[in-house]
Design a protein around this ligand. Sequence first.
Ligand code: GLC
Length: 511
Amino acid sequence: MAAAWLKDAVFYEIYPQSFLDTNGDGIGDFKGIEEKLDYILSLGCNALWINPCYDSPFKDAGYDVRDYKKTAARYGTNEDLYRLFEKAHEKGIHVLLDLVPGHTSEEHAWFRESQKDEANEFSDRYIWTDFCFRGASGLPYIGGESERSGAYVLNFFKCQPALNYGFLNPTENWQLSWRDPRCIATREALKDIIRFWLSKGCDGFRVDMAASLVKLDDEKKSGTSAIWRDVRRMLDAEFPEAVMVSEWSNPKLALRAGYDTDFCLNEPGSGYGTLMRDYDNGEDHSYFKKDAGGSINRFLDQYLDWYEDTKDLGYISLITCNHDTRRPALNLDETELGLAYAFIFTMPGVPFLYYGDEIGMRWLDLPTKEGGYYRTGSRTPMQWTSGKNLGFSTADAKDLYLPVDSAPDAPTVEAQEKDPASLLNTVRALLKLRHAHKDLQSDAPLKILCCEPGRPFIYQRGDMVLALNTTGSSLKAALPQVQKELVFSLGTGSWEEGQLEVGPQSFVVFA
Ligand code: GLC
């Protein structure tokens, strides 16, 4: 069962490079996060996920870790991060770091040792074939880069050699079983990293590519899942409140492997992806896009299957977007974003808000930075004020990590604070509503009351009834049960004489 503090948790994801620069070097830092804790609380977020902030050559924005136990100097020292944990805790905010278990940077000391011809403690920490010209059974590999005559397996980019958690069913002599002591040593090294950060005050981890540990794993990911269950047993014994959030996108497997919550990622083509940005032959069918004709059912088909199967095990996390996806403002205007967030923040599970989505920051078409490619456009500096660099940094514009949005109407926190109807204030109102009602929090049950085309989408959380209309015309549905009072609305709606009516582009809550 998931940690108790998740029941009312709402996460804010911070890409540390781009949040707030307090020392004028053009890149965000830990002190910047510390300075903005009250802002984060003002949104209604009470938990953070910080993208990798460890020492790294940054060929994949820090997902190429060179030293798991040392922070990257550009963000601050380890002590600065420990202080951030402390300050956050004083304000009731939990902090998750990003754990990258499947690979390291090619510059990690373990990998440098592993590349050596002479056998040593780290020779089997990574997956090597037994000959420099031998490929790796269909897995991506690199040969010709080391003293050792073998090719090594990659987990993602070229700079990210795969750590060796073994093979489920080894078929070649260079493949070790996942039960081999040398692979168990990798697992123990991972636990050591987890213990290190938890003992310094972090509250858990978002786990990168959580399904990627054991190679040529079966469909059920039995090897990888067994490893995570082993990690969970350690956590239960030593850090029972620690939270593990998986980037797996398969809650049925992830929650059974011991995760508290798994992301429902809004990638194009996935069930969730159809809600925000769904194009087919250039035509937009996104559910939240006004009059695009999108149906909620393409999402529900997948989600309800997951939800029914996992609701007693843990949670599913809906996200506004993340550092890997295009920002929702690319396709949705402010009203549409408000409705999308109303949905995300009132569904079961633990929601995640990506920094800047609360003001509708845009995806910018930029050249790649630190292995970001199209993702770079979602990683630009936070837009705080109308001042220099939109309040992100005092550095010269040319020295910024990434350029700020130069559009004259670039949204900022400063401007939106003044406007009661802004997206920022909509987010605040929605999260206030969620915190005020147990029925809207992570573990209150969900029941779908109406999902027919041409009708409002109506769902029940606990005893509350919520209805959403993303079209430009009023929609009605018969709802003969005992009527309730309207307690919240974006737009208009009513429930009279067994008929629930939701105005154009509106969201209503009855309790
Ligand atoms: C995950 C991260 C992504 C990274 C990749 C490799 O998908 O979210 O940013 O590039 O893993 O670590």
